[in-house]
Design a protein around this ligand. Structure first.
Ligand code: BGC
Length: 763
């Protein structure tokens, strides 16, 4: 088949008839009209390999569209995404020159900044590198909802809340697209689990779908216009999203008004004609049999030319926006501005770190330091899979501490560095490093009590870095990855015991891809900094926060529960699923005699009660709530205002820095709504958020937060409409969802209904 594709593709390439219309922004319909059915069926099926005469892209390229020189249609190049441009690791060109791209801070950290400006800066750097590497579209942002802490791709995504996800995604998209590169908001939608990710069915009621899983995309589309949206792998209520007319045409196009292109996640062959009809426009990573399937369906009448024309039109609309089309002579340097972007990574990453605990240990002054934990010397900058980035270097915590004037226990340093390189060699020898998707995590090194006592004698403070990585195609395992392991607990207990007995502080840095269990051990250390997966300058950013060069202002974009089983729907997730296959995305449970629940299908039994919506409403304690985060200064809230002005809610609150150092404050606006016709509603929900500039001690800023009245609505599944209830709402200000700093009532004299198309109902 491939050979046939090459043959056909190359015929098109060779033919150059001057009578053909040449593509321009204004004559897309004429080009679509001039193209034969075969040409259109080839145009909409992408590829990700080499075709004679075609540019195969750089090693690591995600996918390309077919070029048609006779119509002046170049190939559009798509690369992963979303935390930097993914190249194959250790790629050297023909001249032996090495090529790298920047590993930017991951999605979770970006959202933890609660700052659209940070997402904007990161997006800008990523957009520039996309173009520098000769690509047109970056396959990001990833914006699936954090339904469960164990999803292997949570680090790529933003939040358990759709408002935070949607707005942060929009800022990223707007800035990437300002550089001239395109984006792909992914994966649309309800793709919150990796186990059996190609064929798992996410089952939920339409209220849950609309209020949570498509809501982030809806908000994102209100605030930005991504060139492409990637339709997810999974099924939704029994139908593949890529094949669902309800989902892609009724909800995405009609209700959300999306006008860009829908690209399938890299599925390969499914029912392509059905996908075309549903509203998928571009098929990645394509195979020629898809083109044949489209042609056969046109022939037998099961696919209308009208649908293929729509898809072809969307592809051409993407082409005319691309750099490949607009600047055909552009020679990408293939060497991004790594230096400028490193500075950007360092500063932005520090803005999303969250200080979870501090009993006076931080900020640190340069001191003699005993630095424990393998990830202090081998920091995890990003996760694995599509989001893996082959970056030139990673700044380690030990290096950054020394640069900042700390002196380190050299014995520990030698030991850990030796162990880290041994572990790397072991992974290489055992072929556990995949050049496309990164490397697995190293285990912790066992350190004897004797060594800790020895280190204490020579040090004023101890720092322990604990790490977790994860990636595409596999969810994290509760027992092995969510909970701390025995060697980690021993290290923590022993270091805390020995150092604290001598009156010395212990600081824990969490270099993590997502939530870990903290409640059983967080009483031990004096301070805990959640540094996430911070990108290649991670060591610097961590030390900038530890030393107070940057005052931490990150706030949690998801809840840290006391116990995994406290989360709603904990049992409705493959939390302990261990596959014997390398790629757990391909699981056929029936054949393997496994329970199909949570594999073939996952029931979203918790409905809209995900994350803080669940904990607040049920009054359950958590380790750290959504929106939580400490600062080296303190803030006071005053003069809260909220009023309805036409179809918008206008709110503001004054934030004053009441402490002694400069700092920034994230401000959430939560709303408690009257029930209206509903039997239940969450206790409160985030409806808007913002962040102050850096406020000097004593300085104030009025933070304005405004949003449409419609955003107060809940989705009535029975009537398929959004409803705002009349009555008294309570509006809360403050990032921490549990402890708002100010509140006041808001009266809606009239309720209002907003119709939505009936679609995607459970079967
Ligand atoms: C991932 C996408 C990615 C694509 C292209 C898929 O397996 O789910 O996120 O963009 O591959 O690499």
């Amino acid at each position: 088949m491939r050979a046939k594709a090459l043959f056909l593709g190359c015929i098109f390439l060779a033919a150059s008839l001057s009578a053909q219309p040449k593509l321009s922004k204004d004559n897309i319909p004429a080009v679509v009209k001039a193209m034969s059915a075969e040409e259109k069926a080839l145009l909409v099926v992408g590829f990700n390999g080499a075709c004679e005469g075609y540019d195969p892209g750089l090693p690591g390229t995600g996918g390309l569209t077919h070029p048609f020189p006779k119509y002046g249609i170049p190939s559009v190049v798509m690369m992963d995404g979303p935390v930097g441009v993914r190249l194959e690791a250790d790629w050297h060109d023909g001249r032996g020159e090495a090529h790298f791209t920047t590993c930017f801070p991951t999605g979770l950290l970006t959202a933890a900044s609660w700052d659209r400006g940070i997402a904007y800066q990161i997006g800008h750097g990523i957009g520039e590198e996309t173009l520098d590497m000769g690509a047109d579209v970056i396959l990001g942002p990833g914006m699936n909802l954090l339904r469960n802490p164990l999803n292997g791709r949570n680090f790529e995504y933003f939040s358990e809340d759709p408002v935070l996800s949607g707005s942060i995604a929009a800022a990223y998209i707007n800035s990437v697209q300002e550089t001239g590169a395109g984006t792909s908001a992914k994966h649309f939608a309800a793709n919150s689990q990796e186990t059996n990710r190609l064929d798992g069915d996410s089952r939920m009621d339409t209220r849950t779908l609309r209020e949570l899983y498509t809501r982030g995309f809806e908000i994102c589309l209100r605030e930005s216009a991504p060139w492409t949206i990637m339709a997810s792998y999974n099924l939704l209520n029994g139908i593949y999203t890529q094949e669902s007319h309800d989902f892609l045409t009724k909800i995405l196009r009609k209700d959300f008004g999306y006008e860009g292109l829908v690209v399938t996640d890299w599925t390969g062959k499914r029912n392509t004609p059905l996908q075309v009809h549903a509203g998928s426009d571009l098929f990645m990573g394509g195979v020629y049999s898809q083109t044949e399937h489209i042609l056969a369906s046109l022939e037998d009448g099961s696919l209308r030319m009208k649908d293929l024309d729509r898809a072809a039109t969307k592809v051409l609309e993407l082409v005319v926006k691309s750099v490949s089309f607009q600047r055909p002579d552009f020679e990408p340097p293939l060497q991004p501005d790594l230096e400028a972007h490193a500075a950007l990574v360092r500063s932005t990453a520090a803005e999303g770190m969250v200080l979870l605990k501090n009993n006076g240990a931080l900020p640190l002054k340069p001191a003699r330091t005993a630095l424990f934990g393998v990830h202090s010397y081998d920091l995890i900058p990003g996760g694995n899979g599509a989001a893996f980035v082959s970056c030139p270097y990673v700044i380690q915590v030990n290096e950054a501490l020394k640069e900042a004037g700390f002196s380190l226990d050299s014995g520990l340093e030698r030991l850990y560095k030796g162990y880290a390189s041994f572990a790397d060699a072991d992974l290489t020898l055992n072929h556990k490093i995949n050049v496309h998707v990164g490397k697995p995590q190293k285990g912790e090194l066992e350190i004897t009590r004797h060594l800790i006592e020895k280190a204490e004698k020579e040090a004023d403070v101890a720092i322990i870095t604990l790490g977790r990585t994860s990636g595409e195609a596999r969810d994290r395992i509760l027992g092995k990855e969510f909970l701390l392991q025995e060697d980690e607990v021993n290290l923590l207990e022993n270091v805390c015991e020995v150092f604290q007995a001598a009156g010395k502080k212990v600081v824990v840095v969490l270099n993590i891809c997502g939530v870990v269990e903290t409640a059983s051990w967080n009483y031990l250390p004096d301070a805990i900094l959640c540094a996430w997966l911070p990108g290649e300058e991670g060591g610097h950013s961590i030390v900038d926060v530890l030393t107070g060069k940057v005052n931490p202002s990150g706030r949690l974009p998801m809840t840290f529960p006391l116990d995994y089983f406290d989360i709603a729907g904990a049992e409705d997730f493959p939390y302990n699923f261990v596959s014997d296959k390398a790629n757990e995305s391909v699981v056929h449970p029936e054949r393997r005699g496994l329970d199909p629940k949570n594999l073939n299908y996952t029931d979203y039994t918790e409905g809209i009660y995900v994350g803080y919506r669940h904990f607040l409403t049920r009054g359950l304690d958590v380790a750290y709530p959504f929106g939580y985060g400490l600062s080296y200064t303190s803030f006071a809230y005053s003069e809260p205002v909220v009023r309805q002005k036409g179809d918008r809610i206008m709110a503001s609150v004054k934030v004053t820095n009441t402490g002694s150092v400069a700092g920034k404050e994230a401000v959430g606006l939560y709303v408690h709504a009257p029930l209206g016709s509903f039997a239940d509603k969450p206790e409160r929900e985030l409806r808007a958020f913002g962040k102050t500039r850096l406020l000097q001690p004593g300085e104030s800023q009025v933070v304005d937060l405004s949003f449409p009245v419609r955003d107060l609505a809940s989705f009535n599944s029975a009537l398929s409409r959004w409803e705002t209830a009349k009555g008294t709402y309570t509006v809360y200000f403050g990032a921490d969802c549990r402890q708002p700093a100010a509140s006041l009532p808001l009266k809606l004299a009239k309720g209002k209904n907003y119709p939505a198309t009936r679609a995607c109902e459970p079967r």
